[in-house]
Design a protein around this ligand. Structure first.
Ligand SMILES: Cc1cc2nc3c(=O)[nH]c(=O)nc-3n(C[C@H](O)[C@H](O)[C@H](O)COP(=O)(O)OP(=O)(O)OC[C@H]3O[C@@H](n4cnc5c(N)ncnc54)[C@H](O)[C@@H]3O)c2cc1C
Length: 416
């Protein structure tokens, strides 16, 4: 009898864990990803802010899964899925068929109905995004050094981060470390006191999903580091030379978008209900109702927490646990056994603000400062893929703690 064909779309946290969990499955597995690597997104901001280089937080999927003989990898973009024909159409015009399908394509930024803002205010999702933002930040300092007019110079020394969630807080803290510390004594026509970092958040506090006390600590820490935190502030326009926040126009050449997420538009081709941000609404076993052979997991799925009855957030632990679960569920399904519903085990949340500063809420306990930062570091290094990456990242962190310098400050593309 022919072995069942399992296709996994996406090699992120969710997809990779499905593949690993099926290492001994009696099936032909195909993983399709439009990139050739697995990316550790939680450390992307450190690439964007010159602490780490792209290779430190990514690893080739082929190398991670090389021992898995039942699995083939294709680097390709999925354009659409025809669930009635069990066919996956790739953007090169070819088709792949499946008996079982796991969709784990993640999400992109959402610009709240203003897609034209993306070209000016890049978001942070891929390695290309991170390198682009890094070059923008470093180039702005170089241009500021050679601009004669003080008013013009100020534009290049002003950095606005939109969105006060974990990514926005991490970006603001890290840019403050560069602009207020790392570059000290390196430039001649301006001083670090002239750099401005502004974090804009529409809600009444940063880190909204965290306990209020931790949000307050994060805000205080950012302000101590020189970040201006604007709460209850809505962005109404973004132009190449500035940003409109309420009644105020802020002249700036560097805006980073960390405000919203949107699931992949490709999911619409499934023709099933999606939520406000485009995530596929799945049953408790993460399948599409009526199509038990299709599971949708990770950031692109809208699943309900069995305990709290609230939608699960788009974070790493949810994606990883759903990946493990999908592998177990598929193994049970392949041997015609009953599949229990997915249950999320919430271990807590954490965010870093700068070297030696973080906030964490773990198993109901709250931590901040150095203890939280050590916790954050241990967990992030533990989940990084690849021994080399773990060692290099720890060494880079140790170096930047001691020296306050950034390791990756070369600008590879001179066009600015
Ligand atoms: C900057 C940033 C910081 C974050 N920080 C944290 C944090 O501190 N803690 C935390 O828990 N979570 C954090 N997250 C969220 C966490 O990274 C995500 O929840 C997690 O990556 C989701 O995993 P996933 O597998 O669902 O999607 P992803 O990891 O996004 O993987 C999706 C994969 O699908 C591929 N793909 C997409 N579309 C297609 C297509 N059409 N065809 C083929 N392949 C495709 C992509 O190339 C990618 O490899 C952060 C996210 C970002 C962006």
């Amino acid at each position: 009898m022919a072995r069942p064909k399992v296709v996994i779309i996406g090699g992120g946290f969710a997809g990779l864990n499905v593949a690993k969990g099926l290492s001994s499955a009696n099936a032909d597995i195909l993983m399709i990803d439009r990139t050739n690597h697995h990316l550790f997104q939680p450390l992307l901001y450190q690439v964007a802010t010159a602490t780490l280089s792209p290779r430190d937080i990514a690893a080739p999927l082929r190398s991670i899964l090389r021992e898995q003989k039942n699995l083939k990898i294709e680097m390709a973009e999925v354009a659409s899925i025809d669930k009635t024909q069990r066919a996956i159409h790739l953007s090169d015009g070819t088709t792949r068929d499946y008996d079982h399908l796991v969709v784990a394509v993640g999400s992109r930024h959402s610009y709240f109905g203003h897609p034209e803002w993306e070209a000016i205010a890049p978001g942070l999702k891929t390695l290309q995004d991170a390198v682009r933002i890094r070059e923008k930040i470093l180039s702005s300092l170089e241009i500021a050094e050679r601009v004669a007019d003080k008013e013009d110079q100020r534009q290049y020394l002003t950095y606005v981060i939109v969105g006060g969630g974990p990514t926005g807080v991490e970006m603001a803290g890290a840019i403050a470390e560069i602009a207020k510390k790392s570059i000290k004594d390196e430039f001649r026509t301006f001083d670090i006191s002239e750099t401005r970092i502004i974090l804009v958040e529409g809600a009444p506090r940063v880190l909204m999903p965290y306990p209020e006390s931790l949000s307050a600590i994060a805000k205080d820490n950012l302000e101590e580091m020189g970040v201006e935190v604007r709460l209850n502030s809505i962005v109404t326009d973004i132009q190449p030379d500035g940003i409109q926040i309420g009644d105020e126009w802020i002249a700036t050449k560097t805006i980073v978008w960390a405000a919203g997420n949107m699931a992949s538009p490709m999911l619409k081709t499934l023709g099933v209900p999606v939520d406000r941000i485009g995530r596929v609404e799945v049953a408790p076993d993460l399948t599409i109702p009526g199509y038990p052979e299709i599971m949708v997991i990770g950031d692109c799925s809208m699943s309900i927490d069995l305990k709290t009855k609230a939608p699960l957030p788009g974070i790493g632990p949810v994606a990883m646990q759903q990946g493990h679960y999908a592998a177990r569920a598929l193994t049970l399904r392949l041997s015609n056994k009953k599949v229990p519903p997915f249950e999320y085990f919430d271990k807590g949340t954490m965010a870093t603000i700068g070297h030696g500063r973080a906030v964490a809420s773990v198993f109901g306990l709250q931590f901040s400062g150095l203890i939280a930062w050590i916790l954050w570091s241990i967990i992030h290094v533990a989940y990084l893929v690849g021994f080399r990456n773990k060692v290099v990242v720890m060494l880079e962190w140790a170096w930047s703690m001691i020296s306050t310098k950034r390791s990756v400050r070369l600008i590879a593309h001179s066009k600015n």
